[in-house]
Ligand binder design. Structure first.
Ligand SMILES: Nc1ncnc2c1ncn2[C@@H]1O[C@H](COP(=O)(O)OP(=O)(O)OP(=O)(O)O)[C@@H](O)[C@H]1O
Ligand SMILES: [Mg+2]
Length: 271
C-alpha cells in the first residue's frame, strides 16, 4: 500500500496531573486507511492521550492536528463533527435502551435531528449486522454480555460515519473467534479509507492487524514502527520485561505503571 495520508498528528503533547506526568512530550501520527496501535503498560498514558485527542483533556502543552488543521482548542462535539469517533474503555451505552435504539440514538445525534426523524432502520440494522450483533438488536443494552457491549460501542461509533476511529481496549471481553472476526472488520474499515487508532492489550491482535504501532511507557513514546520492528526493539522489551522476573504479589501503584495484568502482554512481546 502506498504511503497513506496523515489524518491525526499528536505533536509534543504533555499532560500533568499534579505531580504525575501522564503524557510526556508524546508525538505520533495515525494515517488514513491504516490501523495504528497505541500500546504500553498499565498507566503508560494511553487513555490520557485518547482524552487529549478527543477533547476531554486539555494538554499542558502540545498540539493535536486532524486532517492538517489544529484541533487543540476545539470542543469534543466539533471534533466529532469533523469525523472523529471514539469508544471508551468503560462502556458507555444507554442500559435501558435496546441495542438497536442505542445505535439509532447515536446516528440521530450525529445527524443533529434529536431523534425527531428516524433514519431508515435498515441503516441501523445494517450496522448491527456488520459488527456481528444483529441477534441482540432487541435486547436491552444492560442485559448483554460484555463482548457484545464492546461491539455495540463500535456500532454506535460507526453510526456517525467517522474518518478516524479511536478505539480504547475494543477487544476486551471478546472470545477468540469474536476477536478474529473483529480483526477482519477493522481491516475492512481501514480499506474504506478510515484511520483507526487503537489502544489494545491483546498483543496477538495488535501484532496481526496493525500497520504501525506506537509504544508508550511512563507517558513517553519509546518506539514507533511496523509490528515486527517494534516487537524486536530492545527498549520495548525492557519496558514490558522490566519487572517480569519477580511479579509483585500486590498490584503495583497505577502511577508507576506496569501493573501485574500486563503479564500476558509481556509473554506476547517475548514470543
Ligand atoms: N484524572 C486523573 N487524575 C490524576 N491522575 C490521572 C488521571 N487520569 C490518569 N491519571 C494518571 O495518569 C497516568 C496515565 O493513566 P492512563 O489512564 O492514561 O493510562 P493507560 O495507559 O490508559 O493505562 P491502562 O492500560 O491501565 O488503561 C496514570 O499514572 C494515572 O494514574
Ligand atoms: Mg487506559
Amino acid at each position: 500500500m502506498s504511503a497513506e495520508r496523515v489524518l491525526l498528528e499528536v505533536d509534543d503533547v504533555v499532560v500533568q496531573f499534579g505531580g504525575v506526568t501522564a503524557v510526556d512530550h508524546a508525538s505520533f501520527v495515525a494515517r488514513a486507511g491504516r490501523i495504528t496501535g497505541l500500546i504500553g503498560p498499565n498507566g503508560a498514558g494511553k487513555t490520557t492521550c485518547f482524552n487529549v485527542i478527543s477533547g476531554l483533556q486539555k494538554p499542558n502543552r502540545g498540539t493535536v492536528r486532524f486532517a492538517g488543521r489544529s484541533i487543540t482548542r476545539l470542543p469534543v462535539h466539533k471534533r466529532s463533527r469533523r469525523g472523529m469517533g471514539r469508544t471508551f474503555q468503560r462502556l458507555e451505552a444507554f442500559g435501558s435502551l435496546t441495542v438497536r435504539d442505542n445505535v439509532r440514538v447515536a446516528r440521530d445525534i450525529h445527524r443533529g435531528i434529536g431523534g425527531l426523524v428516524r433514519p431508515a432502520s435498515a441503516d441501523v440494522d445494517g450496522l448491527l449486522e456488520r459488527v456481528g450483533i444483529a441477534a441482540y438488536a432487541g435486547e436491552r443494552a444492560d442485559s448483554i454480555p460484555t463482548g457484545v457491549a464492546r461491539l455495540l460501542e463500535l456500532a454506535r461509533c460507526l453510526a456517525a460515519d467517522p474518518r478516524l476511529l479511536l478505539l480504547d481496549e475494543p477487544s476486551s471481553g471478546l472470545d477468540e473467534s469474536e476477536t478474529d472476526a473483529f480483526g477482519e472488520l477493522l481491516a475492512e474499515l481501514a480499506t474504506e479509507g478510515r484511520g483507526i487508532l487503537m489502544v489494545e492489550h491483546d498483543m496477538d491482535l495488535v501484532m496481526s492487524v496493525c500497520d504501525d504501532i506506537h509504544v508508550l511507557d511512563f507517558g513517553r513514546v519509546i518506539a514507533s514502527g511496523p509490528p515486527g520492528e517494534v516487537r524486536a526493539d530492545p527498549a520495548v522489551q525492557k519496558a514490558y520485561l522490566g519487572y517480569s522476573d519477580d511479579a509483585p504479589a500486590e498490584p503495583a501503584p497505577v502511577a508507576g505503571g506496569h501493573a501485574p495484568d500486563d503479564t500476558h502482554v509481556m509473554e506476547a512481546i517475548r514470543a
